[in-house]
Structure formats: structure tokens, C-alpha cells
Design a protein around this ligand. Structure first.
Ligand SMILES: CC(C)(COP(=O)(O)OP(=O)(O)OC[C@H]1O[C@@H](n2cnc3c(N)ncnc32)[C@H](O)[C@@H]1OP(=O)(O)O)[C@@H](O)C(=O)NCCC(=O)NCCS
Length: 133
């Protein structure tokens, strides 16, 4: 378990969404694919801002599910850019849940490294620096 003071900076918060029953797997916990999609969306947000335009996901270099997500958890996804290449941006994405609102626990449940590429209107890579200057 992680205490709230170990959370990433508030400005890195990209998504906050409750985990609802329609996203459960056969075991009753939240389906990993739903968590992965939240991570993908969250990681893209700072990259769209940084490159001032469309991005696509090119690679998930690492993805670790550290704890299950339960129905009713409030899921917060943090993302920040750790590397900018010519057309690519590497992000570190971390997922936390808030559980038991009456006696809140904050738990890190997943972390990932996801790479995005800035693309033009034809889906071709475009330079990040050019767009951001
Ligand atoms: C992303 C895409 C536009 C890259 O096209 P490409 O012709 O391979 O482009 P390049 O070889 O010039 O590579 C572009 C950048 O991506 C990086 N890249 C390519 N493959 C990579 C990989 N497997 N891992 C990490 N970075 C990668 C390159 O290093 C390069 O970065 P840089 O410019 O910062 O040095 C193309 O592969 C694509 O459209 N992929 C599908 C994307 C998609 O649909 N995502 C959603 C899936 S549901």
C-alpha cells in the first residue's frame, strides 16, 4: 500500500474515474484490459499537449499489474513524459485507486511505460520539436 504523500504530482493526474461493474472479469475484479485502456488514454494526454496535435501509441515497453482493482474503487491515472525523441515521446504512467471512502486507502495498482508518436493528418510521423516551438 502507498500513502497519499507518495502520489505523483497533482499536475500529472490525467484521468479520475470510478471502476464500475460492467468492466469486471469472470473473477469479479476489474478486467485488466479496461485498466490498460485507461493507461493508454492517460499517457496520450501529455503527448498531445506536448506535440500540439495527434499522437498514436507505438509501443508498451512495460506494464505491471501490482494489485487488483475492485468495483467501487476510484481510479486515478497519472502520466508524465520522460523522454522526447524526434517524433516519439516516452511516458511513465501510474495507476492508483482510492478504496473505502469512510476510511480511505490509496493503493498503487499498476505502472507502465508507453511510447507515442506524433503523427500528421496522414498518420505519418511528424517532429515533436517543430510542433512545440
Ligand atoms: C507509429 C507509426 C506511425 C510509426 O511509423 P514508422 O514508419 O515506424 O516511423 P519511424 O520508423 O520513423 O518511427 C517513428 C518513431 O517511433 C519510434 N518507434 C518505432 N517503433 C518503435 C517501437 N517498437 N518502440 C519504441 N519506439 C518506436 C522510432 O524510434 C521513432 O522515434 P523518434 O522519431 O523519436 O526517433 C506506425 O508504426 C503506426 O502507424 N503504427 C500504428 C499505431 C497505432 O495504430 N496505434 C494504436 C494501436 S490500437
Amino acid at each position: 500500500m502507498n500513502s497519499p504523500d507518495t502520489l505523483p504530482p497533482a499536475e500529472d493526474l490525467q484521468i479520475r474515474v470510478p471502476a464500475t461493474p460492467e468492466h469486471t472479469n469472470a473473477g469479479g475484479d476489474i478486467f485488466g484490459g479496461w485498466v490498460m485502456s485507461q493507461v493508454d488514454i492517460a499517457g496520450s494526454i501529455p503527448c498531445v499537449r506536448r506535440s500540439r496535435g495527434r499522437v498514436v501509441t507505438v509501443a508498451v515497453n512495460r506494464f505491471v499489474f501490482e494489485q487488483p482493482v475492485h468495483v467501487g474503487d476510484m481510479v486515478s491515472v497519472y502520466a508524465r513524459i520522460t523522454r522526447v525523441g524526434r517524433t516519439s515521446m516516452t511516458t511513465e504512467v501510474t495507476v492508483y485507486v482510492e478504496r473505502h471512502p469512510r476510511a480511505p486507502q490509496i493503493i498503487r495498482v499498476a505502472r507502465a511505460e508507453v511510447v507515442y508518436v506524433a503523427v500528421d493528418e496522414h498518420g505519418r510521423p511528424r517532429p515533436v520539436e517543430e510542433a512545440a516551438s
